[in-house]
Write a protein that binds this ligand. Structure first.
Ligand SMILES: C[S@@+](CC[C@H](N)C(=O)[O-])C[C@H]1O[C@@H](n2cnc3c(N)ncnc32)[C@H](O)[C@@H]1O
Length: 277
């Protein structure tokens, strides 16, 4: 597995430059309550807090994918709920064959413009899972759900079943699913249940897998291991900190602004599944 420490420092330092400091985070009020993905300030904080650790997790998935696709000359990847697209960089850094990447999201992430440069294999498609047709998916070999399944499931009744039906309706006979689940911590979350609607739709259409569908794996031997201990290139810039001096005990308890970035494997939860028919 390859982890690009320069990608991590470019993202964190780049967003630190534009992220409002101190009490302006609070004034922006974008950090309160439910995730506010459409807010650019929220996106800056998200980038600094989550992108390095999630990129690391997606590198694990991408390197596993790379070891399974030796016979392919090219791959088409669809990332559903792509956000800032750090999965693209993980694929770029770990998949050894050419690929085309299409990022789908219900929300426009304006802060993507501040992410490191991408190649001409990168496409943005402003569509929610509800709007993606079987025709859109005709050439897709690899589906990436980067911490997005539970949000997509919550965006409407039956969305994942219908989406699974569209996947199953394509002519592809071999499909890969790279899923990273939102996790409250190792062994705390039944996160992988969200994939079952897609699994049912695939199974009903004659697909099967020998991978563990309800499995959800993390890297490391024990809960709480530092990502740096798992890979020497996970280096979060030590000079950057999301801080707020107006933090005021209980009054600020609902404010999400100053949580620490993720440095440990505690929130890793992922699985890779290969379906054939
Ligand atoms: C937790 S964020 C993950 C973002 C990014 N993939 C990452 O790894 O950081 C969940 C994403 O799912 C997107 N999303 C939620 N409902 C969706 C839907 N119905 N269709 C497509 N994307 C959706 C959100 O807009 C958000 O970008």
């Amino acid at each position: 597995m390859y982890v690009d420490s320069k990608f991590i420092s470019d993202v964190v330092n780049g967003f630190a430059e534009v992220c409002p400091g101190d009490s302006q985070l609070c004034v922006a009020k974008d950090m309160f309550g439910a995730p506010n993905y459409a807010s650019e300030v929220f996106q800056y904080v998200y980038a600094m807090r989550y992108v390095p650790a999630y990129y690391f997790e997606y590198c694990v998935l991408a390197s596993e994918l790379s070891s399974r696709v030796k016979g392919y000359a090219h791959l088409n990847v669809a990332s559903i709920g792509a956000g800032l697209c750090q999965d693209y960089y993980a694929l770029r850094d770990n998949v050894k064959i050419p690929f085309t990447y299409s990022a789908y999201d219900a929300v426009q992430w304006a802060a993507r413009a501040r992410m490191p440069p991408v190649g001409d294999n990168f496409n943005i498609v402003a569509k929610s899972a509800q709007k993606i047709s079987a025709g859109d998916l005709a050439d897709v070999d690899v589906y990436f759900f980067p911490k997005s399944l539970s949000d997509i499931a919550g965006s409407g009744n039956g969305v994942l079943s219908a989406f699974g039906g569209n996947i199953a309706a394509t002519k592809k006979k071999r499909l890969f699913f790279l899923v990273s689940y939102v996790s409250a911590g190792i062994n705390k979350s039944p996160a992988s249940q969200d994939f079952s609607d897609i699994d049912k739709a695939l199974t009903a259409a004659g697909f099967s897998t020998t991978d563990q569908v309800r499995g959800s794996f993390y890297r490391g031997d024990k809960n709480g291991e530092g990502l740096r201990a798992l890979h020497q290139n996970f280096i979060y810039p030590s000079n950057v900190k999301i801080s707020c001096s107006s933090q005021d005990g209980l009054k600020c308890i609902k404010c999400d602004a100053i949580k620490s970035p993720i440095y440990k494997n505690t929130h890793m939860s992922f699985s890779i599944m290969e379906y054939t028919k």
